[in-house]
Design a protein around this ligand. Structure first.
Ligand code: ZN
Length: 469
């Protein structure tokens, strides 16, 4: 039973919630209702089983033991992988020596996940992002208005931009996502940008995110989060895939409404409270806002530093109102296979633009704080990995989505501040060229510009890369 709950439960529950949504048109999917239905069905089935049958018990015991043994090889492989030193995949370009007496600036690379560019925000959401973009320009940023991402999925976009390379793969590559993710994650963990900056004497500081590929790094010299907010793979799987998932979503809103004092008391007395708090930590509004503060806090430390922070906002779950107060209900994009449509789309658009406005506030506060507390004016790269696209978690093939959704998925927010940026950042620059342009300016390297190309990918076969005009 335990094994069935583990990993299958959430799929069954979502399927029920989604079917009910389709037929009953529930205004909001109810995890409680779906959970109740699943539990009732299982209890009813169990009640019909004849009890005290030794043969059946023996069979279930053997089957149970076999199921416990099956993951052993994966476990062993996982432990081995964790200890294996990472091979550097990328040759580094020649690094000119810095002129004596020069102080290299700190470099902040801030990824804002799923932050759509201003054109699509205006056209598809009726939202004007110009005041924010102009506020960045007033702080010395160059802000392209038509920046385009090279890829449409986080792990592809990050592994390409950090290594200044297009990815292998193509329209006929059928690598399954389970095999593709470790490849992408390795390319993100050992990436050329961090390696080159380390070689130039930078300390690599990572702000861990709630996204697996940037949750930790064995290459980082320093990680900013405290141990409290980490979550192991096992904990995460139980939280997101088992019967704990609905419990989590029911308790989470109460937890996130507690004041720091109440939280303290709750954590001292309640194991459940502590567990929920720990699980929530990386995606809770408090921890995301706290992440911005942690990054701001490193400014006075001795440098030069390369600070890499991947913030999982304005990506859903939608946690923040426009003024950064916490939403009463956390909203997530619709699951497979539903793009955002109808009432869902309107709800999501409103929640998304509110979260964008909160992110804008946090970004401006971060930039101002870094500028105030840094010894030398820092280099800051603000970069989205892909636009929204209102595609839910569907990641359908391109030809099954309207052209404006496809275009929106490539339309990204970007703002860069580094010496000479105005001369090299063009209006439709892609991340694959933006980071090298910054490195050339800061380190004196001569990394060449790449042709501007874009690829669509679906979740299940992420290396089946389809070129887009
Ligand atoms: Zn992303």
């Amino acid at each position: 039973m335990l094994v069935v709950w583990y990993s299958l439960f959430v799929d069954v529950q979502r399927w029920i919630a989604d079917s009910l949504l389709a037929f009953v048109l529930l205004p909001i999917r109810s995890p409680l209702l779906a959970t109740g239905l699943v539990v009732a069905a299982v209890v009813a089935a169990a009640a019909r089983l004849p009890v005290a049958r030794p043969a059946l018990t023996r069979f279930l015991n053997v089957a149970g033991a076999a199921l416990m043994l099956l993951p052993l090889s994966a476990l062993v492989e996982g432990f081995w992988h964790d200890r294996k030193p990472l091979a550097l995949e990328w040759p580094l370009p020649p690094l000119p020596a810095a002129a004596p007496g020069t102080t290299r600036p700190d470099v902040y690379l801030v990824i804002l996940d799923k932050y759509t560019g201003p054109g699509s925000l205006r056209q598809n959401y009726g939202f004007d992002d110009e005041p924010f973009l102009r506020a960045l320009e007033a702080r010395g940023f160059v802000v392209p208005r038509h920046a385009r991402s090279n890829y449409t999925l986080t792990h592809l976009s990050l592994s390409s931009m950090l290594n200044w390379e297009y990815l292998p793969g193509g329209p006929t590559d059928s690598t399954h996502v389970d095999a593709a993710l470790p490849v992408s994650y390795a390319r993100i963990e050992t990436n050329r940008t961090a390696e080159l900056l380390r070689k130039a004497g930078y300390q690599y500081v990572l702000m861990p995110s709630g996204y697996a590929a940037t949750a930790s790094s064995r290459r980082a010299d320093r990680m900013l989060a405290d141990g409290e907010s980490r979550e192991s793979e096992l904990e995460r799987t139980w939280r997101t895939r088992s019967l704990l998932a609905p419990l989590d979503s029911i308790l989470a809103p109460f937890h996130s409404k507690l004041s720091p004092d109440e939280l303290d008391r709750c954590h001292t007395v309640g194991v459940l409270c502590r567990l929920i708090g720990r699980r929530l930590s990386l995606h809770s509004p408090a921890s995301i806002a706290g992440g911005f503060d942690l990054v701001a806090g490193v400014a006075p430390d001795s440098g030069p530093k390369f600070v890499f922070a991947h913030f999982t906002v304005p990506h859903d779950p939608y946690l923040f109102e426009a003024d950064c107060s916490h939403r009463r209900y956390v909203l997530r994009m619709p699951g497979w296979p539903h793009p955002e449509r109808g009432r869902d789309e309107e709800l999501m658009k409103a929640a998304y633009t509110a979260q964008v406005q909160c992110v804008n506030r946090m970004v401006l506060a971060l930039v101002d704080s870094l500028d105030r507390h840094s010894r030398t004016r820092p280099v800051i790269m603000l970069q989205s990995d892909h636009g929204n696209g209102r595609i839910g978690a569907a990641y359908l093939p391109m030809d099954r989505l309207e052209p404006d959704r496809v275009a929106e998925r490539f339309d990204v927010f970007a703002a860069y501040r580094f010496p000479g940026a105005a001369a090299v950042v063009h209006d439709s620059i892609a991340p694959i060229n933006a980071i090298p342009a910054m490195l050339n300016a800061v380190l004196g390297t001569a990394i060449p510009t790449r042709p501007d190309r874009r690829y669509w990918a679906t979740w299940h076969a992420p290396f089946r890369l389809v070129p887009v005009e």
